[in-house]
Design a binder for this molecule. Structure first.
Ligand code: ATP
Length: 464
């Protein structure tokens, strides 16, 4: 058994069974491409988020944090070009009305169609249709409509009767978090007084009316982004771009993603404002190939210039030393928290054969594991053992997320913790009553060692 047959169905059912992620609103029949996160899922997601924040903000002297609102003035998205053209090309099956991404269909035939014009997409589709090569993914029909643009923006209304969607009070659920960073750029400059180059980082929800909604948490209509916009002098772009590419790639290696499952993808067709764009791709076993997890983009002065033009605010930066005036250029790193969640599960989920039995173990990096330490009294009925276990639990839970478990055999309890990726389990047994030592068992090696209760905190401080 190996790690390479983690199908999407298997990952989704594992996540549901062990309380990582559930399809949203299941009691009402579900809501496509929206997910809720259970106890372990919330803990894992928070740990990924914190690991990102630590490296992007806490350990840096040039990046500052922001938490901007989801709703922004609607002009924000006119200025950014989203209202006009944040679209994906879509085709429909004429028989069962299944929606499909036209660019993805072409890409499955090796035709580069990322951000390609609609004319090009339709020409290529026609050629394939004539050969009856395009089939509906749902019913297999070859009757497919021509491609149309489909806006990914989700609209709402503020301050007007909810039964009438008025154009006057329209607001958009932000399709990316960076919009808020541009709007707060000046306030950040005036309150933190950073010198260029500097970054603003933010983590938050984003919403897109995605056409295809069948990829578990890889592509959802409500998701979280972790974005950092780095403001700089245009001449400094190349150097900083390389620096951030390196930092971001190493972040994944640092948290246990194997190097051979990561690669760079260079965008051949660039958005009109971008001068360089690379994605980091991870080889998902569950999606059978390399897929984007993060974008690193050089955006020029597009964002600040556009918001300057639409708002009338002057975003000119004056270099204190040289007196030079210019609009700062931006390079961004943009990762999807939920996509990284799937990546970490996909990479960590392992089935092993131990003594003729299947062991499912989530080999997560220890810093990301939802539960760090589980404590088991050997026998539930033996009060002395339970009492000692409870005391240990009370102490160490002050420092780490722990779980106390008295149910089932020790073997079963180990397996339950292996499945959710708990790196250490403590067993309180009869020897404990004699010499105040417990067994500590490590997840990946399954090796056990005796540790004195009084030394547990030091022991875990070194290990975790
Ligand atoms: P894709 O080509 O997969 O649709 P994108 O190029 O539109 O992604 P960006 O706009 O660059 O993505 O967003 C940055 C990151 O946000 C992506 O790398 C991804 O991790 C995440 N992301 C984007 N859309 C979604 C989504 N619908 N669900 C989950 N994560 C998403």
């Amino acid at each position: 058994m190996n790690n390479k047959n983690n199908s999407l169905e298997k990952m989704a059912s594992f996540c549901k069974r062990r309380g990582f992620a559930f399809p949203s609103s299941e009691i009402y029949g579900g809501l496509a491409a929206i997910y809720d996160y259970g106890h372990y899922g919330t803990l894992l997601k928070n740990n990924i988020r914190d690991a990102w924040w630590k490296h992007m903000v806490q350990l840096r002297e040039d990046v500052y944090g922001l938490d901007s609102a989801i709703f922004m003035h609607p002009e924000t998205w006119v200025a950014s070009g989203h209202v006009e053209g944040f679209d994906d090309p879509r085709v429909d099956c004429q028989k069962c009305h299944q929606r499909m991404r036209a660019d993805h269909i072409l890409e499955s035939f090796g035709i580069k169609a990322d951000k390609a014009p609609l004319d090009f997409i339709n020409k290529e589709l026609e050629k394939l249709k004539k050969k009856k090569k395009i089939k509906c993914v749902n019913c297999g029909s070859t009757e497919i409509t021509p491609a149309k643009q489909f806006s990914l923006m989700i609209k709402s209304n503020l301050g007007s009767p909810t039964d009438e969607l008025s154009e006057e009070n329209v607001v958009y659920l932000r399709p990316e978090t960076c919009g808020g960073i541009y709007l707060e750029y000046k306030n950040m400059l005036d309150t933190v007084h950073p010198k260029l180059p500097f970054g603003i980082a933010q983590i938050g929800k984003a919403f897109r009316n995605e056409i295809v909604a069948r990829q578990f948490i890889f592509r959802t209509r409500e998701f979280e982004q972790m974005e950092m916009q780095y403001f700089l002098h245009p001449k400094e772009m190349k150097k900083n771009y390389e620096m951030w590419k390196d930092i971001r790639f190493k972040w994944y290696l640092n948290y246990g993603i194997p190097k051979n499952r990561l690669r760079w993808h260079k965008h051949e067709v660039l958005s009109h404002y971008a001068s360089m764009a690379y994605d980091i791709e991870f080889e998902f076993s569950s999606l059978q190939g390399f897929k984007e997890i993060e974008g690193v983009h050089a955006r020029g002065d597009w964002d600040l210039s556009q918001h300057g033009k639409y708002s009338g605010v002057d975003f000119t930066y004056t270099d204190e030393k040289t007196g030079e005036k210019f609009i700062p250029h931006i390079m961004e790193t943009s990762a999807g928290l939920n996509r990284l969640f799937l990546m970490f599960i996909d990479s960590a989920y392992t089935e092993e054969n131990v003594g003729g039995e299947k062991r499912v173990v989530l080999k997560l990096h220890k810093k990301l594991s939802p539960i760090k330490i589980a404590i088991f009294p050997l026998l539930r009925k033996k009060k002395e053992l339970v009492n000692v276990g409870q005391k240990i639990h009370e102490e160490i839970r002050k420092k780490w997320m722990c779980e106390f478990d008295t149910t089932g055999s020790i073997g079963k309890r180990y397996r339950r913790q292996d499945e959710i990726g708990t790196p250490y389990c403590i067993t309180v047994d009869f020897q404990t009553l004699d010499d105040n030592s417990v067994t500590v068992r490590e997840r990946d090696t399954m090796k056990q060692e005796r540790v004195k209760i009084e030394n547990l905190e030091d022991y875990f401080l070194k290990k975790l």
